[in-house]
Each structure stands twice: as C-alpha cells, then as structure tokens.
Design a protein around this ligand. Structure first.
Ligand SMILES: *[C@@H]1O[C@H](CO)[C@@H](O)[C@H](O)[C@H]1NC(C)=O
Ligand SMILES: *[C@@H]1O[C@H](CO)[C@@H](O)[C@H](O)[C@H]1NC(C)=O
Ligand SMILES: *[C@@H]1O[C@H](CO)[C@@H](O)[C@H](O)[C@H]1NC(C)=O
Ligand SMILES: *[C@@H]1O[C@H](CO)[C@@H](O)[C@H](O)[C@H]1NC(C)=O
Ligand SMILES: *[C@@H]1O[C@H](CO)[C@@H](O)[C@H](O)[C@H]1NC(C)=O
Length: 434
C-alpha cells in the first residue's frame, strides 16, 4: 500500500512547524508517492501496510528488537562524487534542447557531502520514537526503560538521540532512555573478505542506463553521459528533494518507469551487497541475530562472531531484562540481518538482467531511511510464547518457522529455525578474515 498523497508533504510541513518558524506551515508538493517509493534505499520511511494489532487471545509482552535505519541524510562522499561527475558533464553541454534542463544554466549544487542526518531524517526518527511510545508504552516504566544502542556513525547516533527525544516527549519527559554507542553488532562493513554488488549492478546499469544517457545526451549535446553516470546521478532527485523540502527540478528529468528501474538497481545492490546474493552477506547478520535470540530466551549471547564479548557478557552493557530494545544501524547491515533471519527469501536469486515483478526483495520496502524491523514476543492464552516480525509495519510471513495465519511462530520454533546464526554462520564467519 502506498502512502496517501500529501502525507509526506504534511510531514515536511511539520518540520517547519517544529523549527518554530514564524511563517505559516507550507504544504509542499513533494513528489508523487508512486515515484517517491521507487527511490530504493533513498526512499524516506513509509508504512508499507497498516499495523496489525496482535490477534485475539495474545498480547505483546516484549519488544525484543526495534531495529531501525538512520533517518534521511545527505549523500555520502562516494555518492557525492558520482553526482558531481554527472552534473558537471551536463552543465558542460554546449546547449540544451530540452527546456527541463534550462535551470542548469544557473544552478549550483549545495548538498552536504558526508552523509550527515538532515532535518527531515531527524524528524522521522523523532516520529518513530513517538510512535514506539504510543504502541508499546504499556511495556515500559522508569524502572524498565528502553535499552537503546547505535552504531558508532554520527548519523545513527543522531537518529537514536532524536528517537529517544520523541519517546521522551511522548511520555511527558518521564522516560528518558540513555544511549549506548559503538563496538556492537550494529556497525557495518565488518566482513573484510565480503564481495560487492558491482558485477550485478553493472549489468543492470548498462541495460537501463544506456537509453536514459542517450536521451539526456541528445538534450544536452556534448555532455557525453554514460550509463554508469545515470545510476550515480538519479539519486540527486531524492537527496535534493528531502534536503530542500521541495521537489528537486532533477526529478522531472526521469519518468516513473525510469525510477522503477533505478529501484531495481538499488534492490540488486542490497541483494548482492549483503543480502542472499552475497556469499558472505548473511553471515554479517549472525551476531545481531544471536543477540536477538538471547533477548528472546533470556539465555546468554552466543559469542564468537561480531558480538563484542566484553559488552555482551555484562548486564549493564547488554541487559536481558528490559521490555523494549531499540537499535540504530545501516541499511547494508539490516539487509544482512534480514537474510540471516530468513526474511524476504526469494524463489531464485535476482536476475541482474531482468527484474521479476513478483520479487519481494525491494529496497524501498526493506530499508528506506528510518526503515525498521520489529520483533514482538507475544503471550497467548494457554500457550507457549510466540514471536512475530514486522518490517515497516508489514507483518512478515515466517515460513521458516511454520507461522500460522496471524504470522505467529512459537518462540521455540523461531529459535530452532535460526540454525545458521546459532551455528555462528556454519563456517562462513571465518571466511570473512581468512
Ligand atoms: C543565479 O542564481 C542566483 C542565486 O540563486 C541569483 O542570485 C542570480 O540572480 C541568478 N542569475 C541569473 C542570471 O539568473
Ligand atoms: C537530531 O539530529 C540532528 C542532526 O540532524 C542533531 O544535530 C541533533 O543533535 C539531534 N537531536 C537530538 C535531540 O539529539
Ligand atoms: C571500540 O573498540 C576499539 C578497539 O577495538 C576502540 O579503539 C574504540 O575506541 C571503541 N569505541 C567505542 C565507541 O567504545
Ligand atoms: C568491545 O567494546 C569495548 C567497549 O567499547 C571496547 O573497549 C573493546 O575494544 C571492544 N572489543 C572489540 C574486540 O572490539
Ligand atoms: C564528448 O565527446 C566528444 C567526442 O568524443 C568530445 O569531443 C567532447 O570533448 C566530449 N565532451 C566532454 C564534455 O567530455
């Protein structure tokens, strides 16, 4: 399900309100949702489905993981380089034959270049904290505060503190959970020998990028854009729109079908980067899954992978008695964790040359900015504890543990299904280093 038209605009207008600006709230015409939801990993958070309350006879007794990606940010330095290369080529054209390019005669690129959180990303993180309080306030108290961690990157720390601020505001400042940072399973790039998605994304870029490059080169003679420039350049639309709170003029250069092709580029990037398509992808999630299993069962964390033994054997740095845990991380790490758990498994590996319209591995639905996976533990009438998993509010089918029609597995079946994590990656972890 797509966000109703105007909802993102409303969110953007609330930023103005939050900023305390004297100007009346501006409802922007940000971008048509169908396109905005095809921005792959640069899509701002949206609920993929309405939240399903627990089935009758069950109540949530613990939220064992609230795993969230940092909010919307500026491009990283690598992405900035790619954007600027393509932009310089376009601006060096001798003339423009398409009026949609005329604004380039007097355009200066001015986005941050270090991947820092932007105000909209801070806002969505804060909203997530408020929503978590609204949904789970019955589980927490001053004696049982949420336990909040972040990877060491500045944008995840900023996302976590803004989430905590939202949680605090929603509780009338009664609940102010502290933040633990760094040396945990939330960092990314923890497997030096892992390969990249370059081969697969390169195949698709050559296919979908070439006609777009040809069209732009015809409109900007002498620009000489290549197919590879296109995959690097399309992100200027989502980045500039979110940073400036207004639809970037670059968005008009691409059709909805082309954004859908870019989405597939992003899907391949995650699938072959740290997801199922990467031989050393899933293993990067096993440390986190072992922490999740420890929280679900109350047993000590299995050591030996990305888990920091000093932190995770100390109840002050890794408690097992809290009711709500919130963790802030990166999209690549979330893709690895999804794959380690068995979520979004595909019938066959994604074909780099041909998107399957029925695929469920879609980056904008898995890891948008501020995207989140929630693992709820449920107490059900007269039965064993159960588990269910929501990703961006969409209840996940847990085939791997035989879930019922409400999406519930027994805790025992869920734990049993996690043989890969419980076996520390069945030999894969060592391959990260040898
Ligand atoms: C170019 O843009 C700048 C800032 O947006 C503006 O001050 C200037 O007048 C513009 N120049 C032309 C020729 O439009
Ligand atoms: C929220 O994030 C911003 C960065 O966008 C950061 O400067 C600010 O300190 C954060 N707010 C809180 C309360 O941590
Ligand atoms: C994490 O551990 C490394 C050594 O492995 C240390 O240099 C660094 O300061 C630690 N970071 C934090 C945030 O504790
Ligand atoms: C584990 O975390 C502690 C505290 O941040 C840090 O000092 C230590 O270096 C970390 N160990 C490893 C192996 O990173
Ligand atoms: C584009 O290619 C043509 C012919 O190969 C070359 O003459 C021109 O300098 C190139 N333009 C740029 C901006 O690289």
């Amino acid at each position: 399900m797509l966000l109703p038209l105007g909802a993102i605009a409303l969110l953007f207008s609330q930023i103005h309100a939050c900023a305390g600006s004297a100007a009346p709230p501006v409802i922007t015409q940000f971008a048509p949702p169908a396109v905005q939801h095809s921005w792959a990993a640069y899509t701002p958070y949206f609920a993929v489905e309405p939240y399903t309350p627990p089935p009758e006879g069950c109540r949530i007794d613990q939220v064992r993981a609230f795993l969230q990606r940092h909010g919307a940010r500026f491009p990283t330095s690598g992405a900035s380089t790619g954007i600027l290369t393509a932009l310089n080529k376009l601006q060096s054209a001798t003339s423009f034959t398409d009026p949609r390019l005329d604004f380039l005669r007097n355009y200066t690129y001015a986005l941050g270049k270090n991947g820092d959180l932007i105000p909209f990303g801070a806002f969505q993180s804060e909203e997530a904290g408020k929503e978590a309080y609204a949904r789970y306030s019955h589980l927490v108290s001053p004696q049982n505060l949420p336990f909040v961690r972040a990877s060491s990157a500045e944008r995840t720390v900023d996302s976590a503190t803004n989430w905590t601020l939202g949680f605090s505001i929603a509780s009338n400042h009664v609940l102010n959970p502290p933040l633990a940072v760094g040396n945990d399973t939330l960092d990314d790039s923890m497997c030096p020998n892992a390969g990249s998605s370059d081969a697969q994304t390169g195949v698709w870029t050559a296919i979908y990028g070439a006609p777009i490059a040809a069209r732009l080169n015809a409109a900007a003679p002498g620009a000489n854009l290549t197919a590879a420039d296109i995959s690097a350049f399309i992100p200027i639309c989502p980045f500039e729109s979110a940073a400036k709170d207004a639809t970037s003029p670059f968005c008009a250069l691409f059709t909805p079908a082309e954004f859908a092709q870019f989405e597939y580029f992003g899907d391949l990037d995650k699938f072959y980067g740290t997801g199922y398509g990467q031989p050393l992808g899933r293993v990067q999630g096993v440390g986190y899954v072992n922490e999740l299993l420890a929280r679900l069962t109350g047993a000590p964390v299995r050591l030996g992978t990305q888990v920091n033994a000093t932190l995770d054997t100390d109840p002050t740095t890794f408690p097992l008695s809290r009711a709500l845990y919130a963790d802030f991380t990166h999209d690549n790490q979330m893709a690895a964790i999804y794959a380690a758990l068995g979520l979004f498994a595909q019938r066959a590996p994604l074909d780099p040359a041909a998107p399957d319209a029925r695929r469920t591995w879609v980056a904008s639905r898995l890891t948008p900015f501020s995207g989140r996976m929630v693992v709820e533990r449920l107490a059900c009438a007269g039965g064993a504890p159960h588990v269910r998993v929501l990703v961006n509010d969409a209840l996940q089918p847990l085939e791997f543990c035989g879930s019922d029609r409400d999406g519930l597995c027994t805790l025992a079946a869920f734990v049993a299904s996690q043989a890969y994590a419980r076996g520390n990656g069945l030999g894969d972890f060592a391959k990260c280093f040898t």
